[in-house]
Design a binder for this molecule. Structure first.
Ligand SMILES: *[C@@H]1O[C@H](CO)[C@@H](O)[C@H](O)[C@H]1NC(C)=O
Ligand SMILES: *[C@@H]1O[C@H](CO)[C@@H](O)[C@H](O)[C@H]1NC(C)=O
Ligand SMILES: *[C@@H]1O[C@H](CO)[C@@H](O)[C@H](O)[C@H]1NC(C)=O
Ligand SMILES: *[C@@H]1O[C@H](CO)[C@@H](O)[C@H](O)[C@H]1NC(C)=O
Ligand SMILES: *[C@@H]1O[C@H](CO)[C@@H](O)[C@H](O)[C@H]1NC(C)=O
Ligand SMILES: *[C@@H]1O[C@H](CO)[C@@H](O)[C@H](O)[C@H]1NC(C)=O
Length: 934
């Protein structure tokens, strides 16, 4: 989730800040997505109950087992089809009938004694994990039987999937020790035992695990009894309590010799049943897990309170597994398996998330994978809810929801959202749905939200649900509570948000004569061109929550009115003309809001007054700023008005309010990079950030918050980018140590943050030193260090000489130390700034013939070169350059012909924007710099 930052920054700045890859939270979603079209079992025979016995042999790397499944015929058939991985060896199959079909039963008075059923044939379906048991004849509806299957399987040892075995070293004895555990999500139960492996088949399980006496076995429920094994005195069978109805993927099996801690919840409340939480880890690690136990107990209380029901098991085991390799924890019901680093981690949300899945997933289960999406989004929402309560204001939860909200604002307002990435698409769709839940919590009110969820859980516990059931429960509860007009349904409201790859923008125009306003909705588009087809068809259900200056009060988040898929509405009884209004405070709904200039200016003036600024909460301050800049960037708002909104930053020290500023400095800075205005903009950035940075101090302070640390590092990166002298001096001093070292190719002693400022603002000699390090980079060192150096070497300079030299060496001279991938990387890095792509363009024009020959057989490099050299110009001058080249070399672009045609179209759009906005920005900056004596 910190993760989401990735989407906010464009490539050139991306590598300057520490960012994670895409949030892990979407991994299971993508997996679920892949399963939507999976084949389904025939529904002729369904399971009622399982008895499962597993005996793992860790030393031999295999296991043996027996499963007894009681089944009922729903339709007449002579076949029983169930899941079993092809690698599972079936040793014996028995079928025993113990109840006749419905018709026979009506006729007969005596119960049927258990009768063996003749099995005609057992087939494994080729290449499919299916086992078909063909019986001697057809049996009718209502027939009941027990299938007994004995099987052998292999323990996985290179992945943490199915039933697996991993080793660790006990540091005290230096002994190599093993443990066995299971991870069956989403559909891996079939690798461990034959079963009806679909989430909707929820039935009770009785599980027995064989173990050596010195080990401990764990499963979903508490241990019921232990029995001796006749043939082998050093082994025993552990029998566990019967589980409530549950899906196959939640079955948990563990055999280990870990140490553990016990935590009991709510012993003070004698009426509530006591939940015993046990945290397990290898003896060396167990002391790092003390906090985890406390967090689990606290989170469980928060969740029990939220759902209004207690956890269904008397125990919960949480294990920290060394060498656990799956991306997500194995959230078996009552037995959760974490990576050591996650259970021992300082952060809290990993734990909260898995506990949420104990309810949403294990207790109430999405019927099929297509229903997993809503479930996933609701689980994300509740993870945030739990984490925020757990942190209790001591710390911020990744700026929730602001950071991820901004990322979907950027994504959905693109000409082509998500590009081709399914991962991004899944993740932003899920983020959007999560934000719809948040919107409902605000607009229906927390009591209604919670009651709806409690009702939902009470109705669906131990059962399954369809995605739409969640929305229906909200509709019902909201109508009961009188917070939703009977003509409206939450299903319809939610659908209007989650079925589109777009978000709306709301445009509020006040009429100051009669105190009314027209409110208008349309598709939010930010990147140009805005020629998205069918825009006029997009309409949403939008809650209009309004805050007014004359009765400033942010507690009530009930909408004044809903836009019911209406293009435009009018609201009346607004405040007097000298009082502002705010629509959609706290980002209640995921949409930006555009006002008329007068309202914006009233807001800017109010915010700039340090005495009253904080009467507007920080998320709303951030929103106002973020909306203004983005709408100006989109061409919908005058840039002078948007810049006025930054004046309050002079006093602002809350990092949530600052967070959008860095992204916008990056976006706008890049946009106006090629014009004279850019220098003035950099002075403005220095004026804005210097007091902040000086106040924060150069060095981290003991015990400071993550937010403050983040604010310091961001302001430093951006100040350096803008040429702040003390930063550049510091960077050069650090770099000099490298230049003076005896063997500079051994390693790089310079902190990453210093490299870009040196290549950007430093001397040619310093830059050249960097270039030599790449050329002489020893093969023994890490490749990603070289990549970082190459990215900065290409992406940071503003000096044409450096860029031309790099291109001379890599393209013209074909220096053997650079691969095609390096060249590709260099081209893409050069799109990050005007001097980069302009120099590349000039280089292309000057050396056209040579390059054409050189890239003759490398169309991907040629296309990438033409793309990088032509598409990102933003001004008339650039348009002229590219048009001229296009005319001059017509017919010679080859595979890149379509690139340049598209480029010309885009540059025209951008030029129009620049012509309109650059003079406005310049005028505003001139005034600002004059007032500040620059
Ligand atoms: C199946 O039902 C029969 C009859 O009720 C019972 O004896 C047997 O133990 C059951 N088996 C399982 C696996 O539950
Ligand atoms: C992992 O399992 C495979 C197949 O069973 C076996 O060949 C291999 O030796 C095992 N590796 C380890 C480290 O035990
Ligand atoms: C704000 O509104 C809430 C609920 O509508 C009310 O309880 C509270 O007293 C109001 N606060 C002020 C300062 O008016
Ligand atoms: C906002 O609405 C006003 C009047 O309703 C209209 O004049 C203006 O063009 C709209 N602005 C945008 C960017 O849609
Ligand atoms: C910016 O604010 C100043 C001072 O409040 C005001 O005079 C000016 O008109 C505003 N600029 C724009 C473009 O709204
Ligand atoms: C790049 O090479 C050209 C000749 O091919 C030369 O004129 C130019 O000076 C070189 N540029 C740099 C910065 O080395």
């Amino acid at each position: 989730m910190a993760a989401k930052k990735l989407l906010l920054l464009l490539p050139a700045v991306l590598f300057l800040l520490e960012v994670d890859a895409l949030g892990k939270r979407s991994i299971d979603l993508i997996a679920a997505h892949g399963l939507i079209s999976d084949g389904r079992l025939p529904r002729e025979v369904i399971p009622n109950r399982y008895k499962l016995e597993i005996q793992p042999f860790p030393n031999d790397g295999n296991f043996k087992g027996t499963v007894k499944i009681n089944i009922t015929w729903v339709e007449r058939t002579d076949e029983i089809t169930l899941h079993a991985d092809p690698a599972l060896e079936i040793v014996e199959t028995l079928v025993t009938q113990f109840a006749p079909d419905d018709e026979t039963e009506k006729l007969s008075s005596t119960p049927l004694p258990p009768t063996p059923v003749a099995v005609k044939e057992i087939t494994k379906t080729p290449k499919k994990p299916l086992l078909v048991i063909k019986l001697d004849k057809e049996y009718g509806q209502g027939t009941q039987a027990q299938i007994t299957l004995r099987f052998n399987g292999k323990l996985f040892n290179d992945t943490s999937e199915g039933l697996f075995r991993h080793f660790y070293i006990d540091s005290k004895t230096n002994e190599k020790k093993w443990y066995i555990a299971s991870h069956l999500r989403p559909n891996l139960a079939r690798r461990v035992f034959p079963c009806f492996d679909e989430p909707a088949y929820k039935v009770p399980f009785e599980i027995s695990i064989a173990r050596q006496r010195k080990m401990v076995a764990l499963s979903n429920t508490p241990l019921k009894s232990t029995s001796n094994m006749d043939k082998n005195p050093s082994w025993v069978w552990d029998h566990f309590d019967e589980t409530p109805p549950m899906s196959t993927f939640t079955v948990g099996i563990v055999v280990t010799d870990f140490a553990s801690y016990i935590y009991n919840t709510s012993t003070e409340d004698a009426l509530k049943c006591v939940l015993q939480v046990k945290v397990w880890g290898r003896p060396d690690y167990i002391s790092s897990l003390e906090d985890a136990g406390k967090k689990i107990v606290k989170s469980m209380k928060i969740l029990e309170d939220f759902w209004g029901t207690s956890y269904p098991f008397p125990k919960l085991d949480c294990l920290a597994l060394p060498n656990y390799q799956a991306t997500r924890p194995a959230d078996n019901w009552g037995l959760i398996l974490f990576k050591e680093s996650e259970l021992g981690s300082k952060t809290t949300w990993h734990i909260a998330q898995e506990l949420v899945y104990q309810w949403l997933g294990a207790m109430a289960t999405p019927f099929w994978w297509s229903d997993a999406h809503v479930n996933h989004a609701l689980a994300r929402y509740l993870t945030a809810y739990t984490t925020i309560q757990l942190l209790d204001g001591t710390e911020n939860y990744n700026n929730w929801p602001i950071t991820m909200l901004y990322s979907i604002y950027y994504e959905f307002s693109k000409r082509y959202p998500h590009g081709k990435s399914t991962a991004i698409k899944q993740d932003s769709a899920s983020t959007k749905t999560e934000l719809v839940f948040r919107m409902l919590n605000y607009t229906l009110g927390e009591p209604t939200f919670k009651h709806a969820m409690q009702k939902f859980m009470a109705d669906r516990q131990f059962k399954t649900f369809f995605g739409d059931d969640i929305w229906s429960t909200f509709t019902e509860q909201a109508r009961n509570d009188g917070v939703l007009d009977p003509s409206m349904s939450i299903n319809e409201i939610a659908a209007s948000w989650i079925t589109k790859d777009r978000l709306p923008v709301v445009n509020v125009t006040r009429n100051y004569q009669d105190n009314t306003a027209t409110i208008h909705q349309r598709v939010y588009l930010r990147e140009r061109p805005h020629d998205v087809p069918d825009q006029e068809k997009f309409l949403w259900w939008i809650p209009i929550v309004m805050i007014r200056q004359d009765k400033l009060n942010f507690t009530n988040s009930t909408p004044t009115v809903w836009m019911k898929k209406e293009r435009q509405i009018t609201v009346t009884d607004l405040p007097k003309s000298n009082k502002f209004i705010i629509i959609n405070p706290e980002e209640i709904g995921p949409f930006p809001v555009l006002y008329d200039n007068d309202n914006w200016n009233m807001l800017a003036q109010y915010l700039a007054d340090n005495k009253v600024r904080t009467t507007i909460p920080v998320n709303t301050r951030a929103k106002l700023l973020h909306d203004a800049w983005n709408l100006a960037y989109a061409g919908d708002l005058c840039f002078g008005t948007a810049l006025n909104m930054t004046l309050f930053l002079r006093y602002e020290r809350d990092y949530i309010a600052w967070d959008p500023v860095f992204t916008m400095i990056d976006h706008i800075g890049r946009h106006i990079d090629s014009s004279e205005v850019h220098k003035k903009f950099q002075s403005y950035v220095r004026l804005l950030l210097t007091p902040l940075y000086e106040e924060l101090g150069n060095e981290p302070q003991e015990g400071e918050s993550d937010g403050r640390a983040h604010l310091r590092s961001s302001s430093k990166v951006f100040l350096c980018q803008a040429g702040y002298k003390p930063c550049i001096d510091e960077a050069q001093a650090a770099f000099r140590k490298w230049m003076e070292s005896d063997n500079p190719d051994e390693g790089n002693p310079v902190a990453n943050q210093y490299i870009c400022p040196v290549f950007k603002w430093g001397t040619n000699e310093e830059w050249d030193f960097g270039l030599q390090r790449i050329i002489k980079f020893p093969a023994t060192r890490k490749a990603n260090e070289r990549t970082y150096l190459l990215k900065t070497l290409a992406g940071c300079p503003i000096d044409a000489w450096k860029i031309e030299k790099l291109l001379n060496i890599t393209v013209l001279e074909e220096n053997g130390n650079f691969t095609d991938n390096d060249v590709y990387l260099i081209f893409s890095m050069l799109t990050g700034g005007a001097s980069g792509y302009t120099t590349l363009f000039n280089f292309l024009e000057k050396n056209w013939d040579v390059i054409k020959v050189r890239f003759e057989n490398k169309p991907h490099l040629w296309n990438s070169l033409i793309t990088s050299a032509t598409t990102v110009f933003k001004t008339q001058e650039g348009l002229d350059m590219v048009s001229e080249l296009y005319l001059e070399k017509q017919g010679e672009f080859g595979t890149a012909d379509f690139v340049i045609e598209k480029a010309l179209k885009n540059i025209k759009e951008e030029t129009k924007w620049s012509n309109e906005n650059l003079p406005v920005i310049e005028r505003w900056l001139d005034d600002y710099l004059k007032i500040n004596d620059v």
